[in-house]
Design a protein around this ligand. Structure first.
Ligand code: GAL
Length: 687
């Protein structure tokens, strides 16, 4: 999936962050670089928001300050991830091109003064971005300090969809390319409904705010078009850089698992190295699970290759309602959890906390209070910890279980007018992911069309949009001996949001051996009882269900659990169907966590998935395996008390205690104690 030729290799785990020296007088730069060395920083992302400085007037360039900082970093052995500065265009550009300002679905024109003020389909913006990118790449191509190119910054973070006239023209072009004839578009969009038939592509609009729900297929296509419009901008910049500096890897920072605006399966094919940003949600107290999900998703986007954590925060962010500071040791746990799940680099936003501007209350590696701080001590300790983990570079995380993740289903589930508002892409993904996380079973994420043969178990918690070819892919997987678990409202529609007919879930009915006649969603807060069938199997007991039920009949499958009461009383709620050489489970409701856990454990047993034993509840544990068979076992205790787990190997690192890590060298044979909040990394040598 990713290129194998252009690799980032610093000879160490990458450590550093966004560096914005233009916010500070040059006298500060010497101190910055000295402190970077003290902290063990070996890579900084430079120039992300520097366009206005680099091109102060149209076509006039000033690279003097950038030359100086690049040389200073180079002289100090700090490598550079050089950014094209196109995420924030200069004021003169917007003043000269007011039509570039993005327009929202309700017709508001967004103004200048923040960042990302451009329409993704604007030819003027594309031309200006190409010009500064060419100038930059021409000047710095081949510079020995530049080891990575960072195109733009978080595409689509603020403006992912624009509804201006220029966007409408570009949308029509995209549709013409996709459908060729307007009759094909009419058929795909089901425009016979509500009399929406189009006589030509020039009659089609963006799905702006309308009197009621706009055509769902039109909305889905607009999401696809909008992801593609940004991808086109990325490719244009990448190709300019590639032509001028062909050997240096190129990336852009995704927001995997945090933002749903881009179809990252498409994007991941276009980068040399997958990089992502991750921020905790301050309102949550179990952030370690969402963090792990993002990391697993990023690794999966990278096709299992090592990836880069391009940004996270040392402590609080500044853009949530209540910005909660990280507790002592939390930054190390977060960082090492990303490393455990395949990251070969840990970077932050940003190096030095800003004094002014919108993000001055955002934490940084070097806080406002300077170096005499807990945060600085933890930053330098983390640098030392990562230096001790250099041997993990290039090793892989292996998973026997895959969760299907698809942005088309995410977008499809966001469309209005559904059987219930309780249908949510992430809600079911998160419910299932959490069960695996707590069981200590590492999972990959897969596209529904991907080769599934390497997995013992494939789980589809939210695969609402199911193209016929994807259903065929799953059918082949199960027929050949794979085990599938599908949740409700999966396999329902095709790529145009048109229902697969003949009973639900139309695309998967034969595989699952069931037939649903009608959806019977529950009221808000309503619960039904779940009764275990007599031959349900070990571990599955009576439970409770919320959100969803259906009028479901068995058509080859057997019932594992049935609704005891409620609108689907007596109907199957969880089923299992032997199909070909494999088996397919259908979970036609939202079971309580213990019941879902029991069902998934039964499915894992069915599939022959190894379920770890000797674990402790709060200890996250992931293994990375090197090509020569060396195993790195990372254990992170997120709980308030010391935990003892079964373990073998040599201790490579003790970290996260707040006071800084130490390299362990003791042999571990049988049991390992991990103090509250701490991290241990063990090495198991190949036999
Ligand atoms: C990211 C962005 C950074 C900074 C950071 C703050 O989304 O790429 O530039 O704004 O958030 O958390």
């Amino acid at each position: 999936m990713t290129h194998t030729t252009r690799r980032l290799d610093l000879g160490a785990i990458a450590y550093g962050g966004d560096y914005n020296p233009e916010q500070w007088p040059e006298e500060v730069w010497e101190e910055d670089v000295a402190l970077m060395r003290e902290a063990g920083v070996n890579l900084v992302s430079l120039g992300i928001f520097s366009w206005a400085r680099l091109e102060p007037r149209p076509g006039e360039f000033d690279f003097g300050p950038l030359d100086r900082i690049i040389e200073l970093l180079h002289a100090n052995g700090i490598r550079i991830d050089l950014a094209t500065p196109t995420a924030s265009a200069p004021a003169w550009f917007l003043a000269a091109n007011p039509t570039v300002r993005p327009v929202t679905a309700d017709g508001r024109v967004l103004g200048y003064g923040a960042r990302q003020t451009y329409c993704p389909s604007s030819p003027e913006y594309a031309a200006a971005a190409a010009r500064i990118t060419s100038e930059l790449a021409r000047r710095y191509a081949g510079h020995p300090a530049i080891v990575l190119w960072h195109i733009h910054n978080e595409y689509g973070c603020h403006v992912s969809r624009c509804y201006c006239e220029q966007s409408v023209l570009a949308f029509r072009e995209w549709l013409t390319d996709r459908y060729k004839t307007v009759e094909a578009l009419n058929a795909a969009w089901g425009t016979a409904f509500w009399g929406q038939h189009y006589g030509g592509f020039d009659e089609v609009d963006a799905p702006r705010d309308a009197p009621t729900e706009p055509n769902p297929a039109q909305q889905l296509d607009f999401r696809r078009f909008s992801s593609d419009a940004l991808l086109r901008l990325y490719r244009a910049e990448r190709d300019i850089v590639r032509a001028l500096d062909p050997d240096v890897p190129i990336t852009t920072n995704f927001m995997a698992g945090l933002s749903d605006n881009l179809d990252l399966w498409d994007w991941a094919r276009e980068v040399d190295l997958v990089a992502t940003d991750h921020y905790l949600s301050a309102a949550k107290t179990d952030n370690q699970i969402g963090l792990a999900l993002s990391a697993d998703l990023t690794r999966s986007l990278a096709g299992g290759e090592p990836w880069l954590l391009m940004e996270h925060s040392t402590s609080a962010v500044n853009w949530q309602a209540r910005n909660i500071a990280k507790r002592p040791g939390e930054m190390a746990r977060n960082s090492l959890a990303h490393v455990a799940r395949g990251a070969d680099g840990v970077l932050f936003f940003q190096w030095r906390a800003s004094r002014a501007g919108a993000e001055k209350y955002h934490s940084a590696m070097l806080p406002h209070a300077g170096t005499g701080t807990r945060l600085w001590r933890e930053v330098t300790a983390l640098g030392a910890d990562l230096a001790a983990l250099g041997g993990l570079r290039g090793s892989r995380v292996r998973a026997e279980v895959a969760l299907v993740w698809d942005w088309e289903s995410c977008w499809g589930l966001q469309l209005g007018f559904k059987p219930t508002v309780d249908l949510d892409f992430r809600e079911r993904i998160d419910a299932y992911y959490e069960r695996f996380w707590r069981a200590g079973i590492t999972v990959d994420f897969v596209h529904p069309g991907a080769d599934l043969s390497g997995y013992r178990l494939v789980v589809a918690p939210s695969m609402y949009v199911t193209r016929t070819a994807w259903a065929e892919n799953l059918r082949g997987y199960v027929r050949d001996g794979g085990t599938l678990v599908a949740s409700y409202f999966t396999g329902i529609v095709d790529e145009n949001d048109a229902v697969h007919l003949g009973g639900y879930p139309g695309a998967l009915r034969d595989i699952l051996g069931v037939r649903g006649e009608e959806f019977l969603p529950l009221r808000e807060g309503e619960q039904t009882g779940l009764a275990a069938d007599s031959d349900a199997g070990a571990g599955i007991r009576d439970g409770r269900a919320t959100r969803w039920a259906e009028d479901l009949a068995l058509d080859g499958a057997s019932a594992v659990l049935r609704h005891a009461d409620g609108p689907a009383a007596g109907r199957p709620a969880v089923t299992r169907h032997g199909f070909g050489a494999g088996a397919a489970w259908y979970v036609a409701t939202a079971p309580d966590p213990a019941t879902l856990d029991a069902v998934l454990r039964a499915a894992c047993a069915d599939a022959g998935v190894r379920q770890p034993s000797g674990q402790a509840e709060d200890v996250e544990r992931v293994r990375r395996t090197a090509d020569d068979g060396t195993v790195f076992d990372v254990l992170i205790n997120h709980g308030p008390a010391e935990a003892v787990v079964e373990a073998q190997g040599r201790e490579l690192l003790r970290a996260g205690g707040g006071a800084g890590g130490e390299s362990g060298d003791g042999a571990v044979d049988g049991r390992l104690s991990v103090p509250a909040g701490e991290v241990r990394v063990l090495v198991i040598d190949p036999r």
